[in-house]
Design a protein around this ligand. Structure first.
Ligand code: SF4
Length: 509
């Protein structure tokens, strides 16, 4: 694992034009109340590389925070949701994980937010410039993030930001507007009354810069120029954002080999790229020391919790363990760390595993060969590291299971037939020939395993499509599935209790 240590300058412009680093924090204005001259606007086209000192820790954590957002956007885009639901999902998620406030916000360190946003963007450029596929996905998700911020920005700040970009769009003057009034009015789907036409202003841009508007027949084209109304300006802005980013990424790719030789940054960048390739950002799951985020679990409770709250990967492992009284090494590790994250304390874990092995193993063998490994995974032996439960990304991408293994992710590692049979037997809410099952299998076909898993969660927990684990969050960690599932059960039980208490009071009265 990469260990950040001291403060470093990012590679200088002489070695890598993608990143130019010189200013320190004080020069950038960090810590002042309002925005500094370095970041006057909330919106950013990221045209000037950050000239800041940053620590290696910031290099990694800012990039991971942004990666989480981009992965979230990508997974929302694969869930066939209405645009309004996608937009609100992005807004809610960014508020929590990468807030970016307007200049009018109070009690917020605007520069710190903007610095974090900008550095994360530039680090991810390094990770995602490596292949055409990664570049395309990066541009797509960054553009979606920019669009979301553009649409939610303060109207005056947004106008000031656009003025600062100095686009060379040609303004259509009044006489030209009058000449082509009929054609222009026919593009005004929102209303063609005289006052509406008078209020609208128009820009002329080469038609190929607004393919979405041309494809949707939403603009008048003449002499190679598309006439774009002010109200559709966002298309122009997004097109400009995406095409500039595309070009910049190609330039960064040319300079990347030099950065690959850097022992400090190379591994971080590799890790970020592989996280994105797996379709998931780094998960932010943080189990509390020795217990899960809901109440603790005992060996006695595991069977009940498994039946109601285990995600497919863990259900599969647990059922195999119950059937065979044995799991191979990676299976034990995947399930054992998951149970630890769920809140199974060490002494209960020993009781649980001993019971599961049953008579197939002698006490002597268990104590000598297995107990040590359980204690080791709880940080009580060896180098006493507190190993975290595995995230979906780790399960999907490392230690690929062989035919005799049962670890891994069913969505990725089962054949479609086995996956269908397994899901139907594990989650009775699913229907073999139903549209939902087809949807799940379609997501698997396109390698969006966590999207399929999220859909199973929604169906089995009667959650509205698109809501995921709450606030449109996708499954990125098996423990998040279980924690959310247990939380939902707790909320239901508390609701029933409140109702019963209320009924009793009415009877007493
Ligand atoms: Fe488990 Fe994650 Fe696969 Fe779901 S997507 S089954 S939680 S590894």
């Amino acid at each position: 694992m990469f260990r950040p240590s001291t403060r470093h300058n990012l590679p200088s412009s002489s070695s890598n034009p993608a990143l130019e680093v010189k200013l320190n924090k004080r020069q950038s204005g960090i810590g002042a109340g309002g925005p500094s001259a370095r970041w006057p606007y909330r919106l950013n086209f990221y045209e000037h590389p950050p000239t800041l000192d940053i620590t290696l820790e910031e290099f990694e954590t800012f990039a991971i925070a942004r990666l989480r957002i981009l992965s979230h956007i990508e997974s929302l885009s694969h869930r066939s949701l209405p645009y309004a639901q996608i937009a609100s999902g992005i807004t809610t998620y960014t508020k929590t994980h990468l807030p970016l406030s307007s200049n009018t916000a109070r009690n917020v360190n605007l520069d710190e937010e903007r610095r974090r946003d900008e550095i994360g963007h530039w680090v991810l450029r390094l990770a995602f410039c490596r292949s055409p596929d990664l570049r395309a996905r990066f541009v797509r998700t960054e553009t979606a993030l920019f669009k979301n911020r553009f649409e939610t920005d303060d109207i005056h700040e947004r106008a000031a930001f656009l003025r600062s970009l100095e686009f060379d769009w040609q303004i259509v003057d009044e006489s030209e507007k009058a000449t082509y009034a009929t054609e222009l009015r026919s593009c005004m789907s929102w209303g063609t009354k005289d006052d509406q036409f008078k209020a609208e202003s128009w820009f002329k841009v080469p038609w190929y810069t607004v393919p979405d508007l041309v494809g949707g027949r939403r603009v008048f084209i003449r002499a190679g120029m598309a006439y774009v109304p002010q109200s559709l300006q966002i298309s122009l802005v997004l097109q400009a954002f995406a095409s500039r980013l595309e070009k910049a990424l190609e330039l960064t790719a040319k300079n990347l080999p030099r950065l690959d030789e850097d022992e400090r940054l190379g591994p971080v960048i590799d890790h970020l790229a592989s996280s994105f390739l797996s379709g998931l950002g780094a998960s932010d799951y943080q189990p509390a020391e020795g217990s899960g985020s809901t109440s603790a679990v005992t060996a006695e409770m595991v069977d009940d919790v498994a039946r109601k709250h285990f995600p497919p990967c863990m259900k599969n492992l647990y059922e195999r363990l119950k059937r065979d009284h044995h799991l191979k090494h990676f299976g034990r590790l995947q399930l054992g760390l998951f149970l630890k994250g769920l809140g199974l304390p060490l002494d209960e874990a020993i009781v649980f595993w001993r019971r599961m092995y049953g008579a197939t193993m002698s006490d002597d063998k268990f104590n000598k060969e297995y107990k040590y490994n359980i204690r080791h995974s709880y940080g009580q032996e060896g180098k006493r590291a507190n190993y975290p439960p595995k995230s979906c990304q780790q399960i999907l991408t490392s230690n690929q299971p062989g035919t005799q293994d049962s670890h891994g992710c069913p969505f990725r590692h089962f054949s479609p037939e086995n996956l269908t049979t397994f899901l139907l037997s594990s989650y009775p809410q699913l229907d073999r020939g139903g549209a939902e099952m087809r949807e799940i299998l379609d997501s698997v076909k396109t390698a969006h395993y966590h999207v399929a898993c999220t859909r199973v969660f929604e169906i089995t927990h009667s959650v509205k499509k698109g809501e995921g684990l709450g606030n449109a969050e996708s499954v990125s960690h098996p423990n998040k599935w279980s924690d959310r599932s247990r939380e939902m059960e707790k909320e239901v039980l508390e609701g029933i209790k409140r109702k019963e208490d209320g009924d009793e009071m009415m009877v007493d009265a």
